[in-house]
Design a protein around this ligand. Structure first.
Ligand code: F6R
Ligand code: MG
Ligand code: MG
Length: 371
């Protein structure tokens, strides 16, 4: 059976500040999802969240980019925005960049990661949701899962993985894409995906198949809105086992709290902290950035789950290290590399400050001689 897994997410109001989502908003999401399932639009759903972002995890038979599914998500986020406004939630409706829905969600604010595939006899899938970071943050773990034999033993040991995988990489600035076949083109690919603010892995495919085995959301709010409206807070879905990385190989990259961009005002680097769903509420300096992992077994499109995959003591060291790294970064205050490099600060509110001072700069010529 062919099934589509869609994760569609948006920040339509924070509780308190940008740290969490009010339960009444989550209830509204759940009601809308239940109604859509009742009406036959969805096979199944799970309402989820990370920090101030609500995720609608849905299965259906309509394929990616489907107008009905995208319209449903848009209408749901609009309805939730009304509740956010009633409760005075912070940044109510923040990610809904246009007044009305038209066709699909592309360029409209909400992020989406969708893939259609033939459901296997047993189909374990992990949905990752992040807060206070950008879409390229999935580059590092996707590389580790599908291309690094030091992470994924199956690349060496499992004959069905030994040939490697293909990666579809998007250039978010020039709006182009390229496919890299790995391991042959690993070094070429790393030239690009090591710059995650611009180059982002969108899909991973098995060799010889166009059916995705992993998908990410790639929207960048700044590029859509033309101004800073909050961080993108991306999502990702990864299929596991039987010729794909095992669940443990898919989770393993997060045992290292690698550095991502997006902390405080979308302007700072910080450690990416894996947390259980009880701890997905970034508060210290609006962070540090964090990620939750919801595991499901799919059965005829039904989402059997979720299992809270990072609610496990084996990530305690990663969390501890993340907090030490957070302390280290915080001591830099407004200095790089805690603060993002200048070219990326263009995507924040800082250019407005720089603009005010630009006429105060005078040429250096002659100044040394004058003294
Ligand atoms: C939101 C975020 C926060 C805000 C910060 C300032 O995703 O990362 O750190 O950028 O709280 O928010 P405003 O400008 O709304 O007061
Ligand atoms: Mg927010
Ligand atoms: Mg957020």
């Amino acid at each position: 059976m062919k099934v589509t897994l869609s994760i569609i997410k948006a920040d339509v109001g924070g509780y308190v500040g940008h740290s969490d989502v009010h339960p009444a908003m989550l209830n509204r999401a759940r009601e809308a999802l239940a109604e859509a399932k009742e009406k036959g639009l969805l096979i199944d759903y799970c309402q989820a969240k990370c920090g101030d972002d609500i995720a609608l995890i849905m299965t259906h038979d309509k394929g990616p980019d489907n107008e009905e599914i995208h319209r449903f998500a848009w209408n749901t986020f609009e309805a939730i925005t009304e509740i956010a406004k009633d409760l005075g939630q912070y940044g109510a409706g923040q990610d809904l960049l246009t007044d009305a829905f038209s066709g699909n969600l592309r360029g409209m604010g909400p992020g989406f990661a969708e893939m259609e595939f033939e459901e296997r006899k047993s189909e374990p899938v992990i949905c990752f949701l992040a807060d206070k970071t950008e879409p390229g943050s999935w580059n590092f773990p996707l590389y580790k899962m599908f291309a690094d034999p030091f992470n994924t033993a199956g690349l060496v040991i499992d004959p069905s993985m030994h040939d490697g995988f293909r990666f579809e990489v998007h250039d978010l600035i020039e709006e182009k894409k390229i496919i890299f076949s790995c391991p042959e083109e690993l070094y070429d690919m790393l030239v690009f995906i090591g710059a995650p603010s611009r180059y982002v892995i969108k899909h991973v495919f098995r060799k010889g198949s166009d059916e995705p085995v992993a998908v990410t959301s790639t929207q960048r709010l700044f590029l859509m809105a033309g101004r800073y409206v909050g961080k993108d807070d991306p999502v990702m879905a990864v299929r596991c086992q039987s010729g794909l990385p095992a669940v443990g190989e898919v989770l393993e990259p997060f045992a290292f709290p690698y550095t991502v961009a997006g902390w405080m005002r979308g302007s700072h680097h910080g450690p990416f902290m894996p947390v259980g769903t009880d701890w997905d509420t970034p508060t210290r300096f609006d962070g540090p950035p964090r990620v939750v992992a919801l595991g499901f077994q799919l059965k005829d499109g039904k989402l059997v789950g979720p299992r809270d995959m990072f609610a496990d003591p084996s990530y305690d060291n990663a969390r501890r290290r993340a907090l030490d790294i957070a302390d280290y970064y915080r001591q830099h205050g407004p200095f790089e590399p805690h603060r993002l490099p200048l070219d990326e600060m263009e995507y924040t509110t800082m250019p407005a400050v720089v603009e005010r001072l630009k006429d105060r700069f005078i040429p250096l010529e002659g100044t040394e001689r004058d003294h």
